[in-house]
Each structure stands twice: as C-alpha cells, then as structure tokens.
Ligand binder design. Structure first.
Ligand code: NAD
Length: 420
C-alpha cells in the first residue's frame, strides 16, 4: 500500500480520501481551510452525503486517514480543488495552480500527480506540466501526470465514486497505468484509459450534453407557452419514442458543473461552440423568465407576498452554488416583491413554514426536494391569503389540486396571458 495525499477536502476530495484510506493506503487529506480541517479533526464532516460520516469514522479510527493544512511527501497526489468561472466565464485556474505549486517542495522522483478538478482541454499538458517541472523533475520521465475527472451525482457521491466507469487520462501510457492502479483499488466500474487532453474534453462534453438537453426542454417550454400547449405533456409523449430522452424544463441550470463546464469549451473554441453558447444563453435566461411569470401571476393583488420553497440548485442537497432559485429570488426582490424563503436543507432558511406562508399570495416552488412532496398543502394553502402555487420544477402532481380552491400552475399549464 502507498502514501497518498489528497488536496482539497470538498465534495470530491474528501470522499476520495476516505475511499483511498478504506482501500488501505496511508492518506493525508489536505485543505487550506483551517476551519474545515479542524472540523474533520474533531470527527465532523463538512459535507452531508449518505454513509460518508460512518466511513470517515472507520478510516480515521484505523489510522489510515488524517488531515493537514499543508501537503506532505507521498507516492501519489490527487488534486480536487475548485475550478469556477471567472467574471468573463473563462476557467479560473487559480486554486489548481496554487494547489500544484504547494506540492513542489514535496515531490520525489516516481511520484504520480492526478488532477481530478474539471479543467479545460490542454490544462494538464500546457499549464500543469510546466508548473510541476519547476521541481526539477520531468513529467513523463520522473513524474507521472494524469487527469481523472469525476462524474458523481451529489447526494449519491460515495456510491457513484465506486460504481461509475472512470476515465483515466495519462500524459503518457505509463502515467495512465500508474493512475489506473490507484483507482483499481476503489472503483468497481470500468477504467477507461485515454490521454489527458481527451479526458479533459470528455468530462466537459458530458455536462455540456446535459446542459444542451435542458436548454432544448426550456426552449420547448417557451415555445409551448407562446402556442398555448402543455410542454410537460409534449415532452412526456416525445419521450415515448424509443430513441428520445428530453430532460425537464425548469427554472434554469445551476451547480458548479452544468452551469460552468460548457464555458470552458466556449473559452477554447469561441467561434465554433455556437450551439453550446446558445444553450448557455437559454438556460441563463430562465430565472428572469420565471420571475416575470411569477410577477404576472400576482398582477392585481395588493402588496403581494411570495413564499419561495427551495434555494438549492437541485433537490435533496444543501448546495446553492450558481443556484437559479437564488437568482429568481433576487429578481423578485429587486422588482419590489416581498419574498420569504424556506429551505429545510439550508440552515439560514430552515424556518417555520406554516408561519412563513401565513397571509402570502404565491407559493413558488424552486428546488425539487423530496421533502416538498410530503408537505401538507391543504393546511399550508389554507393559511395563504391567495392560495396559489407555481411549481417551476414539475415536482407536484396537479391532480392533487383539481378539487381544491388552490390555483396550481406548473410550466405545463401557465396561462398564456403571462408574458412568454
Ligand atoms: N462536486 C461535484 O459533484 C463535482 C463533480 C464532478 C467534478 N467536480 C469538480 O471537482 C473539483 C472540486 O470540486 P468540489 O465540489 O469538490 O469543490 P469544493 O468547493 O467542495 O471543495 C474544494 C476544496 O478545496 C479546498 N482548496 C482550495 N484551494 C486549495 C489549495 N490550494 N490547497 C488545498 N485545498 C484547497 C477548498 O478549501 C475546498 O475545501 C472542481 O473542479 C469541480 O468542478 C465536482
């Protein structure tokens, strides 16, 4: 078994470090965030994922995993630090560069460096390789470099880390082979060997494909709204075709992957990436569109009050990064609406829902938490001044409201008089 150093104790790095330790390696989990390290040292987890806490307890008790604020010498280094967009939608590589720089004093001949962070094509070969070579070692000869991107689903990370097929993109075939050796110990899925440029582009294409598919659903929603058709019915029927699978329209696309990664392709080939740019534009405009619809539903009501259900970018997680729900709430507040926010996953918004809906005029459902399926809508809507629901996620069954006095809208039945 080897010594492993995982840099970045977030959604990707922490579960990876835990699984590496579980596989028997001696692992140091590194993060520059001292509060995060203190929390981990005291047995807490900064992220909430099924089974993570129990497994963390086991591997720390076994002595296979410990935490530090600085890297240490190891046989292999795995880097999983953030790669957000900068103000111009280009990939901000600052954290990756700082993390790689921080490894230089600890590198030894024969080391493997794996970049798990999502990066634009060419990053490993053109940016990370020269950085690593500041150590005096040559990549491909003394050091081994690979890009092994993640494709996990938040809320199911540990399961997917183990069971998904995994792309291993080495700078040389030997780099791939060495990296694959580490993943073999923890991944039950297939290991798909390629070069680092191809691995970088493949990862971006996966999220871009989903962004495009959602943009198609969203554009269809806008068209159906204009034509007075039910988009949900149209998509449901179209998906009965054996080779069609259109995703759901909704309030926009959020998170640190789908809403970010397509820009890394646009950045590399701006004049070619026309469809990809258009999909980004369509999805980015959805929050403003949904806000306008919500505003129109409230026209004629004096001093309307909105209760927004959900601020996270997707259901059943606490992650608010790039969340369209937050953007919609901002739009509505800027337009002068009184908006009370409720989200059981986000501490700041985990309040008494019944008190929040009291006297309100619109319940605006923005995140598809399973908890929202279990709410007592009969009791909640009775406390509202105007019992009106707009489900932007197509989460609730409209049939549950047909025999009540509740006016229920989703993207399928929003009235045509609201502005498309
Ligand atoms: N979260 C996902 O579901 C997911 C899925 C696929 C790919 N990715 C990619 O994985 C990468 C990591 O994402 P994440 O969601 O784990 O991020 P995260 O924000 O949850 O965690 C990143 C951690 O890295 C730490 N960090 C930043 N700079 C550092 C440095 N120089 N040294 C040590 N630690 C440092 C931060 O303090 C933070 O704790 C990103 O490139 C992301 O796009 C994430």
């Amino acid at each position: 078994m080897s010594e492993v150093c995982v840099v970045g104790m977030g959604y990707i790095g922490l579960p990876t470090a835990i699984l590496m330790a579980h596989a028997g390696h001696q692992v140091t989990g590194v993060d520059i965030d001292i509060k995060r390290i203190n929390k981990l040292d005291s047995g807490g987890t900064p992220i909430d994922e099924p089974h993570l806490h129990n497994l963390l307890k086991r591997v720390t008790a076994s002595g296979n995993l410990r935490f530090a604020t600085r890297p240490e010498q190891a046989d292999a280094f795995f880097v999983a630090v953030p790669t957000p967009c900068d103000d111009h939608h280009a990939c901000d590589l600052n954290d990756v560069i700082t993390a790689i720089d921080s490894l230089i004093p600890y590198l030894r001949s024969g080391n493997l460096i794996v970049v798990e962070s999502t990066v634009p094509p060419g990053t490993c070969a053109k940016k990370i390789k020269p950085l690593l070579e500041k150590s005096g070692f040559i990549v491909g000869r003394d050091l081994h470099l690979a890009h092994c991107p993640e494709r996990v689903l938040p809320g199911n990370i540990l399961y997917e880390l183990v069971n998904n097929n995994r792309i291993i993109g080495g700078f040389t075939p030997q780099c791939s082979e060495l990296a694959a050796g580490y993943y073999l110990g923890l991944v039950k899925g297939e290991l798909l060997i390629t070069d680092c440029d191809t691995a970088e582009m493949t990862k971006l294409m996966e999220n871009t494909y989903r962004d495009l598919n959602i943009a198609l659903a969203n554009e269809t929603a806008l068209i159906c709204h204009q034509l007075g058709l039910n988009v949900l019915e149209v998509i449901k029927l179209a998906n009965q075709h054996p080779r069609v699978n259109i995703l759901n329209p909704g309030p926009g696309v959020g998170g640190h992957c789908l809403a970010v990664d397509p820009y890394f392709i646009i950045e590399k080939a701006p004049s070619r990436a026309q469809l990809i740019s258009m999909a980004r534009k369509i999805n980015s405009e959805m929050p403003a569109y949904i806000s306008r619809l919500a505003g129109d539903l409230l026209s004629g009501i004096n001093d309307p009050r909105i209760v927004a259900l959900g601020v996270t970018y997707k259901g059943n997680v606490a992650d608010c990064r790039e969340s369209p729900a937050l953007e919609i709430i901002d739009h509505l507040q800027l337009a002068g609406y009184d908006v009370v926010v409720y989200d059981p996953y986000v501490e700041a918004f985990n309040r008494d829902l019944l008190a929040a809906v009291h006297g309100s005029d619109l319940m605006l459902l923005l995140s598809d938490h399973n908890d929202f399926l279990k709410l007592d809508y009969w009791e909640l809507t009775r406390a509202m001044r105007t019992p009106m629901i707009f489900d932007t996620r197509n989460l609730l069954d409209p049939a549950n409201f047909t025999s009540s006095s509740v006016v229920f809208y989703n993207l399928g039945n929003i009235p045509v008089h609201t502005r498309p």
